[in-house]
Write a protein that binds this ligand. Structure first.
Ligand code: COA
Length: 135
């Protein structure tokens, strides 16, 4: 039985282990305690999936609960993928802020996932990355 919660924040060790077990840890600074800790601490909407005490998945977002939710990370443990947990995490994220549009940047491995579950591709989205120069 899988339980979904938005009233708890995994600790750094639990989060790091999950990110690693999902492969997302390869693309997030999980070994930088200060940076990864800030990512977990300052996200204001975290939905987690649990099998008892075992953390199976996470949806980590920043939201104003009224206009926009930025879904920064979605991760499901590799041995639990393709069982609907990712979709359910997004469903709970959306339910927590129903008026807000959900936006995200897809990782290369998940490019075909988001259209599959109903997301629209928006070619007018723009990004200023860490090293880009604001001119
Ligand atoms: C992407 C991810 C979160 C999906 O979670 P999941 O629990 O495996 O996905 P779901 O089971 O909810 O999948 C829903 C549907 O999408 C399909 N799907 C799952 N992963 C897919 C992928 N990578 N590409 C295309 N379709 C995919 C499923 O087969 C399922 O289809 P169905 O409705 O016909 O059964 C998970 O694969 C993951 O953690 N990947 C590694 C981390 C990552 O890249 N995260 C995304 C960061 S942007």
């Amino acid at each position: 039985m899988i339980t979904y919660r938005n009233d708890c924040r995994p600790d750094l060790g639990q989060a790091r282990e999950l990110y690693r077990a999902s492969t997302l840890g390869q693309r997030r600074p999980i070994d930088d305690d200060a940076r990864f800790g800030a990512m977990i601490e300052h996200a204001n909407l975290i939905v987690t999936a649990w099998d008892g005490e075992r953390l199976l998945g996470i949806s980590r977002s920043l939201t104003d609960f009224a206009w926009t939710t930025y879904l920064a990370d979605l991760a499901v443990r590799e041995d639990h993928q393709r069982q609907g947990i990712g979709r359910e995490l997004i469903r709970h994220t959306r339910a927590a802020a129903p008026q807000a549009k959900l936006v995200l940047l897809a990782a290369p491995a998940a490019e075909r996932y988001y259209p599959r579950i109903g997301f629209a591709h928006m070619p007018q989205a723009w990004m200023l990355r860490e090293d880009d120069v604001l001119v």
